[in-house]
Design a protein around this ligand. Sequence first.
Ligand SMILES: NC(=O)c1ccc[n+]([C@@H]2O[C@H](COP(=O)([O-])OP(=O)(O)OC[C@H]3O[C@@H](n4cnc5c(N)ncnc54)[C@H](OP(=O)(O)O)[C@@H]3O)[C@@H](O)[C@H]2O)c1
Length: 430
Amino acid sequence: MNPPLRIGIAGLGTVGAGVVKLLAEHGRLLALRGGRPLKLVAVSARSKSKKRDIDLGKARWEKDPLALARAPDIDVVVELIGGSSGIARRLVETALRAGKHVVTANKALLALHGAELAALAEKRGGILAFEAAVAGGIPIIKAIREGLVGNRVSRLYGILNGTCNYILTTMRETGRDFEAVLAEAQAAGYAEADPSFDVDGVDAAHKLAVLTGAAFGSKVNFAGVHVEGIRRVTAMDIQFAEELGYRIKLLGLARETRHGIEQRVHPCMVSLKAPIAHIEGVFNAVVVEGDFVGTTMFQGRGAGQGPTASAVVADLVDVARGRDMPAFVVPAARLADKKVSPMGRHVGAYYIRLMVQDRPGVIAALSGALAKERISVESMLQRGRAKSGQVPVVLTTHETEEAAMQRAAERIGKLKAVSEEPCLIRIEAF
Ligand SMILES: NC(=O)c1ccc[n+]([C@@H]2O[C@H](COP(=O)([O-])OP(=O)(O)OC[C@H]3O[C@@H](n4cnc5c(N)ncnc54)[C@H](OP(=O)(O)O)[C@@H]3O)[C@@H](O)[C@H]2O)c1
């Protein structure tokens, strides 16, 4: 038997504990598949006395996670602490600098420092692997790096945050509004006590930035992602969407345009005919369009102990086998600094929902505001009279430029008959 791959794990929370369990439960199988035993040598977390539902066997406890990066008896450091800076970043850098391999699930760290870390790994001869960082159990990084490597990717998009997808699905199924469903999701453990990273789109943007880097051979550029979350999506918009043949999903989308790389995360109207419209609840999905392969779609659980541990261990087996590829598919020195396509240049169709005073001339004023920007209306829905005098009006447009749409929405918002800021949702064509 070949010498074991000696593993040090930092972080024994949801993911770390899952990895410990998986390594123990499938030890023989992994040794066979990895060509050598995968041996847990040492671990580290914040509190040694914390009760954990795992058997650490003979693994030694390191008080300081950085000790794992320096230990001569460790080949690969598994970083499962989280956070884009602080100890997680120091640990990954120290381990790579020491020539060790690193496996991490930390999308925040990769979104902000992915290009430098990839360069450091290559310089020192270590493998940097992060399958678990994007879409949990879905092997999407492997798919892009290996199975789809022969293609030029024209576009990718996905449901990258299970919490948001769960909230939107539940809002649709129950007809309740965002705040109520969020509170319930928090009570059920599907949403964090501080849900802002998820519901404001930041987590999805981290994952999109990492995917974009791998798929387009560009330096990971989180700052170049246009980000909007789901707080402003109402039960009313979800219901109108269904009537119009759409479903609202928080998507992350990336493509190359003549203005540069477009990366955006925001609620989208997706046709009910598109398979991704039917990915519901906590599930994630990623669609990759390649020039030779056509459209491919991957779906599965985007978070949770089992799926995330599955992805981490897949990376460990690669390391055990010595399967080495540049972290972002092309060598770090060749990753391009691609221009960011400004959001104002985005071209697409739009859904606009307004609350208006039900009186003559309102529709003409709305049409006038759109016509000024040369935006043509595709459809209009108006609901019957309300006692309050406020009625919703929904318009969908033909394709137009985002900048024009924003100007028109601003003008519409200022109309006397319009009582709230217009709700604007982009319609995606798949
Ligand atoms: N949870 C998921 O489903 C999921 C999915 C995909 C990716 N991820 C990523 O995986 C990583 C870990 O997530 P998680 O959900 O497992 O987090 P978690 O449950 O909060 O666990 C974090 C672990 O890190 C340890 N830790 C925190 N600060 C530390 C420090 N200063 N020194 C040493 N250890 C420290 C904690 O120690 P104590 O246990 O002693 O407090 C804990 O064991 C994150 O990057 C996350 O984004 C998570």
